[in-house]
Design a protein around this ligand. Structure first.
Ligand code: BGC
Length: 912
């Protein structure tokens, strides 16, 4: 069936998600919505540089047009006070935006314009309202800092807010930020309205303007608790270390901690968010069914979220006073209108480390319903006479280092923080794995079975896998990238048919692209940029997420991308984690439901998402080597729980992490990949490493080529290898040594090939049409049109590139006169002063088509070359180099003619 993607619907749906994800914290004196027909004074440099997302792989979406807050307001017909805007523009021209240089190096914020009293006074004479925009970013490889310009406001920003406050009666502050920032300035400045407008992707300004003008009432809810001070977050004293973070707060993360131990440290509670209107929620519980009648009691139309929390009995385990167990958003309710929501809840289970089981302890489970965790009122309860066994497990992933963890001690006043020893690992991990080694099998088929045959129903997957040689199985465990020419140009990886031998078996090459906030196509191809993960969670609207991600899925299908590397599901353990913007929330239920909703949309479009990074990974600083010391209970109830919800809802691809959890790097952790994800959660898909991840065996140092431990763990795919045929790892040597078995390789091959059978890549190979037609998309932007230098192609040609600009977003174009078409070996050479793990891509276009993306890690200034076979078939071949990140020093491009006949049909093969 032919799919159509209506670009306008895509824009509208994303803008709707922005409008629904904005969280309004206060709105005094009816500062908002902006009155019709009045000019508004816009302050803050960010008005000219909207942050559409955070930085790193989760933000590198090439967009044709970003509608920021200024453009959004203008498009909505709001007059932005021109003289002030002009002042900002002039200052901005004289103080260019600082992109930083290279991977993870963009500053958290930009220098702010010092605001004069005169400029503020002039604007105040013409406008009743000031809108101040504060911007922040952060991302991969770069945590936020407890410093001005990052978590804290700078002096210039504070001065700007103070000046505006002095001159304006109505002052609105918009936070265009990746995640929570310090809010103590509110006490000093006392703005009338404050809104977290997050980072809303390419339609961020459209959705924001819809809220500011009152076209929509805000209905977003906080996915994280806003505490008075950063030191109030229970993880604070155990965040930021380069070697090890001990999760001493245990399961008491976010509101679980604040509601239990420190209610008075909360400025805005989890789930909080205001509307222009007011609502009355009348809820009652009948057993585990809650019916909530929601009435709009105010003057504006709007939506409200009903949130259900449970207070489980303390029992022997100890519990947080509140746990989110359900939520739903109403439809738009007009003033005076009522709507009824019905929510069926499952009582929470808790993990008992003593019996290694999920249990529901006996006692009273009180149910609360309301518009945030603090306002939720008791609506009934369910009493369990006896403790219920929910699932018997075996100890897994437990800590190996003794530490004290938090637990509640119940007093007359509530709960006090007490401490207990976390239970330690008490079984032999290798013994467990060896006791369940899969048997190998051989296929006795007379003729070769192709995977395309299996797809067509002619042969079984088991027989197919049984034919693969050890070498072929080893190749299958390797993903190729970045920028593999086997798949869509500029993407993160290909896997499956990544060598000639595997391709000859009819195995397609499936394509993975970052994720999560839209497709990252490093060759410069334009894609849709989505609101960030935190903003999507703040919608508290799973239907809307599914609707949006059905459109994302169609766009992926149109670009022959099979897997989006997202959603990101790590828990917001601490506000300074740089990648919080990619992730949803401090709460695992909201995280799991948001991810499941997105996956449902992707699956409906025939593609999928790789949920990541499983698990821990709550800090960017030294992320490749950092160890998390964390109890089994906290892992299961908090850090793995979202993945569990997603797996139970049909997730079929998971990415493990860079760092270690309790001494084991996750990519080689059998108990994570096999015992928990597959055996307990029933996950039936592929597990891949993060890009160039380390792997270790218990007690050993991490090593990027220790693939054997990855295979043993049943982490199926190593991402990524430059050449999957010649890559040197230890799979075959360990196989020959008898420490790895053919059965383990075959088991993983079953996972990979079973997954591939369900992809569009398989359908395309089988000749089935998966094309998607995109309609209503504005004409693409064209190239910059700089003069092009022509070179003569003889047997060899060296193009000197030492002087070219390689700043992010730059193109360098030239042309080659090819007198005799043929196959050439092209060698690209560059150096990079960035860290070893930086990823600086350069995409080479030939005749307007991306030929390949070459990605350099840091080279310590040394020249590093990549070589590929390339057909040059046109007499005048235009070429273009595109730099998606700054930080490369290009040296040269060298072409050398290869002998042999030129077969044009082979070109199609390289372009596939
Ligand atoms: C990130 C992943 C990402 C991968 C591919 C890694 O650095 O941690 O989230 O998907 O790169 O770009």
């Amino acid at each position: 069936m032919k799919q159509t993607l209506d670009w306008q619907k895509y824009l509208d749906t994303a803008a709707q998600a922005v409008a629904e994800g904005i969280v309004m914290l206060c709105n005094e004196k009816e500062a908002l919505p902006l009155p019709d027909g009045e000019p508004v004074a816009l302050f803050g440099r960010t008005q000219l540089h909207y942050y559409k997302s955070g930085t790193g792989s989760g933000g590198m979406v090439n967009v044709a047009k970003v509608t920021g807050i200024l453009e959004g307001l203008e498009e909505a017909g709001v007059t932005v006070y021109a003289p002030l805007l002009e002042t900002y523009r002039k200052w901005d021209d004289a103080h260019p935006y600082d992109l930083g240089s290279g991977w993870g190096a963009e500053p958290w914020s930009q220098e702010e314009m010092p605001l004069s009293d005169a400029a503020a006074a002039d604007a105040a004479a013409q406008c009743s309202r000031a809108v101040c925009v504060i911007g922040r970013t952060a991302g991969e490889e770069q945590d936020n800092r407890l410093a001005p310009g990052s978590y804290l406001l700078t002096d210039t920003e504070t001065a700007m807010l103070r000046t505006v406050r002095r001159h304006f009666k109505k002052m609105i502050v918009l936070l265009n930020v990746s995640n929570l920032i310090d809010m103590q300035w509110m006490d000093d400045i006392k703005p009338d309205a404050v809104l977290y407008v997050w980072q809303g992707g390419m339609t961020g300004g459209t959705g924001t303007a819809a809220v500011l003008t009152g076209a929509q009432s805000p209905s977003g809810k906080l996915p994280d608790t806003i505490a008075y001070s950063i030191a109030d977050y229970p993880s604070h004293s155990n965040f930021g270390d380069r070697e090890n973070n001990t999760y001493a707060e245990d399961i008491y993360v976010g509101y679980r901690y604040f509601e239990t131990f420190a209610q008075d440290r909360v400025r805005y509670p989890f789930g909080f968010g205001m509307s222009y209107t007011t609502f009355d929620i009348a809820a009652k519980a009948d057993g585990s069914r809650i019916t909530a009648a929601v009435t709009n009691t105010g003057k504006y139309a709007g939506k409200e979220v009903v949130q259900i929390y449970c207070e489980a009995p303390q029992g022997t385990l100890g519990k947080p006073f509140r746990e989110l167990i359900a939520y739903r958003k109403t439809a738009v309710l007009q003033p005076g209108e009522s709507g009824t929501l019905t929510l069926d809840v499952t009582l929470p289970a808790h993990y008992d480390e003593k019996s290694s089981a999920w249990v529901r302890e006996a006692g009273e489970y009180r149910l609360y319903a309301g518009s945030d965790v603090r306002r939720a009122a008791c609506v009934g309860s369910v009493t369990l006479k006896e403790t219920e066994l929910v699932q018997q497990c075996r100890q897994a992933m437990a800590p190996v280092t003794a530490f004290q963890r938090m637990k509640p001690q119940i007093t007359d006043q509530g709960a006090a923080v007490a401490w207990e020893e976390a239970p330690l690992l008490s079984y032999d991990e290798a013994e467990r794995r060896c006791a369940a080694l899969p048997e190998a099998w051989e296929t006795q088929a007379e003729t070769k079975i192709l995977l395309t045959d299996v797809y067509a129903g002619n042969g079984t997957l088991r027989d197919f896998v049984g034919q693969l040689s050890d070498t072929e199985l080893a190749q299958l465990m390797r993903g190729e990238g970045m920028g593999s020419p086997r798949v869509t140009a500029g993407t993160a990886s290909a896997f499956g048919g990544v060598t000639d031998a595997l391709t000859a078996y009819g195995i397609p090459a499936a394509c993975c692209s970052d994720g999560p906030s839209g497709m990252r196509l490093d060759c410069g191809t334009k894609a849709f940029s989505l609101p960030n993960g935190t903003m999507l969670a703040a919608c508290f609207n799973t239907d809307l997420l599914t609707e949006l991600f059905t459109l994302v899925g169609a766009e992926m299908a149109a670009n022959k991308v099979d897997c989006l590397l997202g959603p990101g599901m790590n828990i917001h353990r601490h506000p300074l984690n740089g990648r919080n913007f990619e992730y949803f929330s401090e709460d695992p239920y909201l995280t799991g439901m948001s991810a499941a909703a997105e996956l449902k949309g992707l699956h409906a479009a025939g593609v999928t998402g790789v949920i990541k990074h499983c698990c821990g990974n709550n800090q960017e600083t030294n992320r490749h080597f950092l160890n998390d010391t964390v109890s089994e209970r906290a892992l299961r109830e908090i850090y793995l729980r979202g993945f569990q919800y997603a797996a139970e809802a049909g997730a079929d691809a998971i990415m493990t992490t860079y760092g270690a959890v309790n001494g084991l790097w996750t990519a080689g952790n059998y108990d994570l990949c096999t015992e928990i994800l597959r055996n307990e959660y029933g996950f039936r898909g592929i597990i891949m490493t993060d890009w160039w991840a380390n792997i270790n065996s218990r007690g050993c140092a991490p090593d990027r080529n220790h693939f054997a431990e990855m295979v043993r763990a049943q982490n199926d795919l190593y991402m990524v290898c430059a050449d999957c045929e010649t890559h040197e790892d230890d799979i075959l040597s360990e196989l020959h040594a008898g420490t790895l078995t053919r059965g383990e390789l075959q088991r993983n091959a079953m996972n990979i090939c079973g997954f591939l059978l369900r992809t569009n890549a398989m359908k395309r190979l089988a000749g089935e049409d998966t094309a998607v037609e995109i309609v209503n998309r504005p004409a693409e932007e064209t190239d910059d049109g700089a003069p092009v230098v022509f070179y003569e192609m003889e047997e060899e040609l060296t193009v000197d590139l030492h002087d070219i600009d390689t700043a992010r977003g730059t193109n360098h174009a030239f042309a080659v006169t090819v007198n005799q078409p043929g196959w050439f070996e092209v060698t690209v050479t560059a150096s990079c002063d960035q860290s070893d793990l930086a990823q600086i891509p350069m995409t080479l276009f030939s005749m307007g088509t991306a030929f390949g993306t070459f990605t350099w890690n840091g080279t310590h200034g040394e020249a590093v070359s990549y070589t590929k076979k390339m057909p040059l078939f046109s007499h005048f071949t235009t070429m273009r180099l595109y730099f998606a990140q700054s930080g490369l020093q290009m040296h040269s491009l060298h072409f050398k003619r290869l002998s042999g006949d030129f077969d044009v049909s082979a070109i199609a093969e390289t372009e596939e």
